[in-house]
Design a protein. Structure first.
Length: 146
């Protein structure tokens, strides 16, 4: 059975896809509750930085260093360098990743910095991205800076 927090991230990814965006979702969990949720909104808001993880962190609002240090960041896709860097900045100790087959961020670097990564290899996360990349390769390449 799928974790409730990854399920929430997948719901965010589906919401982004329904809005015409890229199907990546994320939630920030602190002390067993969702503090912020988000999805990739680069297309919807014409943003350069609103990846799912950035949107979830933004929607969580200002938090204390202690709150971030107790947090778990869930993402349907391996976080890119920008999102990983933000997790490092705020010392988020654990990231649960839906899948890293279609894209892999700086996972080894994150581990070298003490971040625990949990890779679920969730079939629904893989399918969402494979279908999107096949349908909109130009949009996907823009999102990852290629």
């Amino acid at each position: 059975m799928r974790d409730e927090f990854m399920q929430a991230a997948i719901e965010e990814a589906r919401k982004g896809l329904a809005e015409g965006g890229i199907p990546i979702g994320s939630v920030l969990v602190i002390d067993g509750r969702i503090a912020g949720r988000g999805h990739n909104q680069r297309v919807q808001k014409g943003s350069a930085i609103l990846h799912a993880e950035m949107d979830a962190l933004e929607n969580a609002g200002r938090l204390t260093a202690r709150e971030y240090q107790r947090a778990v960041l869930y993402s349907t896709l391996s976080p890119c360098s920008m999102c990983s860097g933000t997790a490092l900045l705020y010392k988020i100790p654990r990231i649960v990743i839906g899948e890293n087959r279609t894209f892999q961020g700086p996972e080894e670097y994150m581990r070298s910095q003490g971040v625990e990564l949990v890779i679920l290899d969730d079939p629904e996360c893989v399918q969402l991205m494979e279908e999107f990349i096949a349908a909109r390769p130009e949009l996907w390449n823009e999102d990852i800076g290629e």
